[in-house]
Design a protein around this ligand. Structure first.
Ligand SMILES: CC(C)(COP(=O)(O)OP(=O)(O)OC[C@H]1O[C@@H](n2cnc3c(N)ncnc32)[C@H](O)[C@@H]1OP(=O)(O)O)[C@@H](O)C(=O)NCCC(=O)NCCS
Length: 190
């Protein structure tokens, strides 16, 4: 997929510390293959490109308005994009309530997979959760989605339940996965 060009410098964010500053200005992360991605807050101007990828990646994609709605909720929303060579490579959308973080969307463009971009987005979410003193991180994943399940298990998520027929269009169950956060996440993001 040739995604829409993304500006490397723009951002939002409502709270202030080093990571927030870096995410606002663009956090540079070196990948194992020597390439570099830039991770920053998603802003409304990014949503058309994000939505284009969403439609390519998911059988039941979010509507464009879902992303915009999430971005309006600055107090609890955590939406990130990963940019590589000026192109959108991935994104995540999470929200926190009380001491819990819910990862509601995470995707990497098909032509950028297996380069640790999904892992980078996940670990930045975990880092932000740790900084906000969040205790539990939850998500739902399709029972058949082995790549995503493997990614979450790599970071200590455990299957704690099943939501029967959660994806109704495809009659597929969701696995509910949870990670209890401890202080083991090292400084740095990956
Ligand atoms: C799941 C997804 C985000 C992974 O992103 P990615 O950037 O390709 O993954 P990474 O390169 O960061 O891989 C990190 C780990 O995830 C696991 N993983 C990722 N892809 C995998 C695959 N195809 N098969 C098995 N394990 C896989 C591995 O544990 C991997 O660690 P390793 O490289 O040490 O083996 C990506 O496949 C994707 O966008 N899928 C479609 C959307 C989706 O399913 N989102 C999740 C919804 S819950």
């Amino acid at each position: 997929m040739q995604s829409a060009p993304i500006s490397p410098l723009s951002g939002g964010g409502t709270w202030f510390d080093e990571t927030v500053f870096e995410l606002t200005n663009g956090l540079k992360v070196a990948l194992a293959d020597g390439s570099q991605i830039l991770v920053r807050w998603m802003v409304p101007e990014d949503v058309p490109a994000v939505w284009a990828m969403e439609q390519e990646v998911f059988a039941s994609p979010w509507a464009l308005e879902n992303f915009l709605y999430e971005l309006e909720n600055h107090d609890y929303n955590i939406s990130l994009i990963a940019v590589i060579d000026g192109q959108l490579a991935g994104y995540s959308v999470s929200y926190h309530v009380y001491d819990e973080l819910h990862i509601s969307n995470l995707a990497v463009a098909p032509n950028y997979r297996r380069r640790k971009i999904g892992e980078t987005l996940l670990t930045i979410n975990l880092r932000i959760a740790q900084m906000r003193s969040i205790n539990y991180v939850h998500l739902e994943v399709r029972r058949s989605n082995m790549p995503a399940i493997a990614l979450y298990q790599k970071y200590g998520f455990q299957i704690v339940g099943v939501r029967k027929n959660y994806y109704q269009n495809e009659h597929e169950d969701a696995l509910l996965m949870t990670k209890k956060l401890a202080m083991e996440i090292a400084n740095g993001v990956v």
